[in-house]
Design a protein around this ligand. Structure first.
Ligand SMILES: Nc1nc2c(ncn2[C@@H]2O[C@H](COP(=O)(O)OP(=O)(O)OP(=O)(O)O)[C@@H](O)[C@H]2O)c(=O)[nH]1
Ligand SMILES: [Mg+2]
Length: 266
């Protein structure tokens, strides 16, 4: 789904737009695939499927995972993500029923190439990331195994903090989206708390309302950490941070297409 279609949709409905950052191999696509598989098998606790306008795209990125033998993970379940034209991001769409809040949760999330984060960190290339100014939430994916490894950890923290700082600079004085620091590969072991705290503190000091979500999109140790761990918490970061008058909710239920979106951030 292209940015224009997303924009038209956002103008009419209370939706959450997500910005995704994270270096190559961080686990961005894997998280989206895991989310898709959980939702499609009705295993995302507290949420139920309502609608998806990008089924084909989800199917495409999930192909490897569908073929995988559950007893042993292949080296790579997902393919390295590339942008079709090197410039534009495609968005995935989901509408879920949020059973706890008794309302729908609709969101758009791009499956961005990690290279976009690499060029942000290395050369402050921001043209492809301008859309971050409009997002409600940023998911910053960090490879948890890099933080677990004593030799890799310092570099990984430093690089993640550069991304935080450059993102803050890109946003300037505009309202900050919230930021979820998504630590991946939880199945491979405990994360290194001091490293996570350092990135979190960096995000907070740059004005983000930041939180940490640890995920295992897939699992090499399903008895200890099942595949899909943390995905419910990740989805909860998408709940709109607005107070919505009850009459608006009623209106929204009555009419699918005429919802005025002036309530965002009010
Ligand atoms: N065991 C385990 N492996 C994972 C997990 N998440 C990702 N992986 C592995 O890491 C590989 C790369 O993950 P991706 O999600 O494709 O990485 P990406 O961030 O989308 O990378 P780019 O598209 O290159 O930016 C996957 O194919 C999996 O093999 C996880 O939670 N647990
Ligand atoms: Mg990817």
């Amino acid at each position: 789904m292209g940015a224009e279609t997303v924009r038209a949709h956002l103008a009419r409905r209370l939706c959450t737009q997500v910005g995704v950052l994270g270096f190559p191999d961080a686990g961005k696509t894997a998280a989206l695939v895991s989310l898709y598989l959980l939702v499609s098998s009705n295993k995302l606790e507290g949420f139920e499927f309502r609608d998806c306008r990008t089924l084909m795209a989800f199917e495409q990125i999930s192909r490897g995972a569908r073929a995988w033998d559950k007893d042993s993970l292949p080296e790579q379940i997902t393919n390295h993500t590339e942008s079709v034209d090197g410039r534009t991001a495609g968005f995935l769409h989901f509408k879920l029923a949020d059973l706890e809040l008794q309302r729908d949760l609709e969101f758009f999330v791009p499956d961005l190439p990690g290279e976009w984060t690499t060029t942000l960190a290395d050369s402050n290339r921001i043209d492809r990331l301008e859309f971050l100014r409009a997002v409600d939430v940023i998911w910053l994916f960090v490879n948890g195994q890099h933080l677990a490894n004593a030799e890799a950890r310092g570099h990984a923290v430093h690089r993640a903090e550069i991304v935080v700082k450059r993102t803050a600079a890109l946003l300037g004085y505009s309202i900050r989206p919230s930021l979820a620091l998504v630590i991946t590969r939880r199945d491979e072991g405990q994360t290194h708390q001091a490293s996570v705290d350092s990135i979190l503190q960096c995000a907070t000091s740059h004005g983000f309302a930041a939180s940490v979500i640890e995920v295992a999109s897939f699992s090499n140790h399903p008895d200890v950490t099942p595949a899909g761990t943390g995905l419910v918490e990740l989805v909860k970061t998408l709940r709109p941070q607005v107070r919505i008058a009850p009459e608006v909710l009623l209106d929204e239920r009555r009419s699918d297409s005429r919802f005025s979106m002036n309530f965002r951030r009010s």
